[in-house]
Ligand binder design. Structure first.
Ligand SMILES: *[C@@H]1O[C@H](CO)[C@@H](O)[C@H](O)[C@H]1NC(C)=O
Ligand SMILES: *[C@@H]1O[C@H](CO)[C@@H](O)[C@H](O)[C@H]1NC(C)=O
Ligand SMILES: *[C@@H]1O[C@H](CO)[C@@H](O)[C@H](O)[C@H]1NC(C)=O
Ligand SMILES: *[C@@H]1O[C@H](CO)[C@@H](O)[C@H](O)[C@H]1NC(C)=O
Ligand SMILES: *[C@@H]1O[C@H](CO)[C@@H](O)[C@H](O)[C@H]1NC(C)=O
Length: 465
């Protein structure tokens, strides 16, 4: 197996040297800012012989002017490069580029990373190899990974440690990062997959896709697992946002999966790109994005998972904390964690567990629950069936539970086959993740008539100390 790697490495090393030689006459880093390259269909058809992978370097000292990063940046005697060997390195890898255009979000992601940490940010530009026919691009991704590994090898020789590398791969870029990780036998520090690509990868062997053996810690954010993203967990911890398929504020398109090979691609990737935007928002650190471990989204929505007990009490959060903030050892593998988000940056939402216990019903019923703060209200419809008397659901609120002033219940079943009066034994709201010290807010024993509404004011204060 390692013999096989070596052969691939050798072959592609030749390609890499060739592209280096061809790239040498490029502008000097300190004279002109480097940028990702774009490609056109014509250029693409003319020269399919090399992938034209290039690298850009951004640091806190050259935020506005990327440096073209090559092996010479490390070895040159003048040491003009902004690269600092003593600092950790973040490597950004973009994904499929349907139209050959360069990704527009690269600088924003780099800046978010640099705001959070003083690191080297290396951007892998493989737009040329990532453009046009998706199936051909999938053929290229491993070769790109091998080229990256040649550079990492060189960086290692110059004193960079593998465990200080953190790869951040978007979509197909996540699998590129995964294959780099495979080549280094899982010794890279961390890989973060932002909605790792699904088409042609879901059924793939772990060798061919991102998985938890690719780095010391692998985290992934899933936002479009029904179309462009992968539906299976691929890391130590996998965050499934709003179930991982459809995101709030993204309009649904039934045609998305059919249109993957067509230019319309650009318009239907809202769900897919949400992972990136949520990640950048988390890097900004304005509010915590915490996931709750659970076996499925359905179980999570039913309120079956309310704390991080299976992770020894530490809930994972999206962002740069070590191991996503998990302290359990050994690390979990393919731990699915769920969270609900709001539709706009910074995307955070408070998770509230609503539990309603009623006396046995003769007919099914529908109850609309409203939680009000001073200025906001949030509704949730709960369907009550006759086969059970305890109903649990998770809802989100922009403000924490302690800000909620009033709860309202309305028996909305106006039609004759619905339950008339509902006897509520208790209605309780509590925070998720559940805190050992918090007692749920409960109201016991009351009736709600059909069409009429019932409300209760809470007396509580927030302790933000
Ligand atoms: C961008 O790609 C074009 C066409 O392949 C090539 O001629 C040009 O040198 C590239 N520019 C950079 C900065 O790599
Ligand atoms: C491609 O890049 C060139 C120069 O960097 C720019 O002039 C051109 O507008 C770009 N084309 C596209 C489609 O982005
Ligand atoms: C490189 O990073 C180290 C550690 O953060 C720092 O002490 C040193 O001053 C940096 N070197 C340069 C040239 O910025
Ligand atoms: C992060 O914060 C900066 C500065 O406060 C802001 O300009 C940027 O839009 C924020 N980005 C996200 C994704 O929240
Ligand atoms: C769980 O947490 C406790 C206390 O923080 C710690 O002593 C213990 O080692 C942890 N268990 C595991 C399996 O990580």
């Amino acid at each position: 197996m390692s013999q096989e790697y070596r052969t691939i490495l050798l072959c592609v090393f030749t390609v890499f040297i060739t592209s280096l030689v061809l790239g040498v006459e490029k502008s000097q880093p300190d004279e002109e800012c480097a940028d990702l390259n774009n490609t056109t269909w014509q250029e693409y058809r003319q020269g399919r012989d090399k992938l034209q992978v290039q690298y850009l370097l951004l640091t806190r000292r050259n935020l506005d002017c990327a440096e073209a990063f090559t092996q010479e940046s490390l070895t040159s005697t003048q040491r003009t490069s902004y690269f600092n060997i003593s600092r950790p390195t973040k490597v950004i890898i973009h994904g499929y580029r349907a139209l050959g255009s360069k990704p527009s979000w690269v600088k924003e992601l780099a800046w978010s990373l640099l705001r959070a940490q003083d690191v080297n940010v290396v951007v892998v530009d493989w737009v040329y190899g990532a453009s046009f026919a998706y199936n051909l691009v999938v053929e290229n991704y491993k070769e790109v990974a091998v080229q990256i590994s040649v550079l990492i090898n060189q960086m290692q020789k110059n004193g960079c440690k593998l465990e200080t590398f953190h790869f951040i791969g978007v979509s197909l870029g996540a699998h590129v990062a995964g294959f780099v990780g495979t080549l280094f036998e899982g010794k890279i520090g961390r890989i973060t997959g932002l909605d790792p690509a699904g088409p042609m990868f879901k059924g793939a062997d772990t060798f061919d896709r991102l998985d938890s053996s690719d780095a010391q810690f692998v985290d992934a954010i899933h936002t479009d697992s029904d179309y462009f993203g992968i539906s299976i967990p691929v890391g130590h911890v996998d965050f499934f946002l709003n179930g991982g398929q459809d995101q709030t504020g993204c309009s649904r398109s039934r045609f998305a999966s059919i249109l993957i090979y067509f230019p319309v691609y650009g318009y239907v990737i809202c769900d897919h790109m949400r992972a990136l935007h949520v990640y950048m928002s988390a890097l900004n650190g304005s509010c915590p994005l915490i996931g709750i471990p659970c076996s499925s989204y359905e179980a999570f929505q039913k309120g079956n998972c309310v704390d991080c007990g299976v992770l020894n009490g530490s809930c994972p959060s999206i962002g740069l904390s070590e191991n996503s903030g998990i302290t359990i050892s050994p690390l979990p593998i393919e731990q699915k964690v769920y969270l609900l988000t709001s539709s706009k940056s910074p995307f955070c939402a408070q998770h509230i567990l609503l539990q309603l216990e009623v006396s046995q019903l003769d007919k099914s019923a529908e109850v609309e629950v409203t939680l009000r703060t001073e200025s906001l209200k949030k509704e949730k419809r709960v369907t009550l069936k006759t086969d059970t008397t305890v109903f649990r659901t998770v809802l989100t609120h922009p403000l924490p539970l302690c800000e909620i002033r009033t709860i309202e219940l309305k028996n909305t079943g106006a039609r004759f086959y619905r339950q008339g009066d509902i006897h509520v034994k208790s209605v309780c709201v509590s925070e998720i993740p559940a805190n050992r010290h918090d007692v749920p807010l409960c109201v016991n024993n009351f009736h709600i008539r059909r069409g009429a509404s019932w409300s209760h004011d809470y007396v509580q204060v927030c302790d933000y100390s």
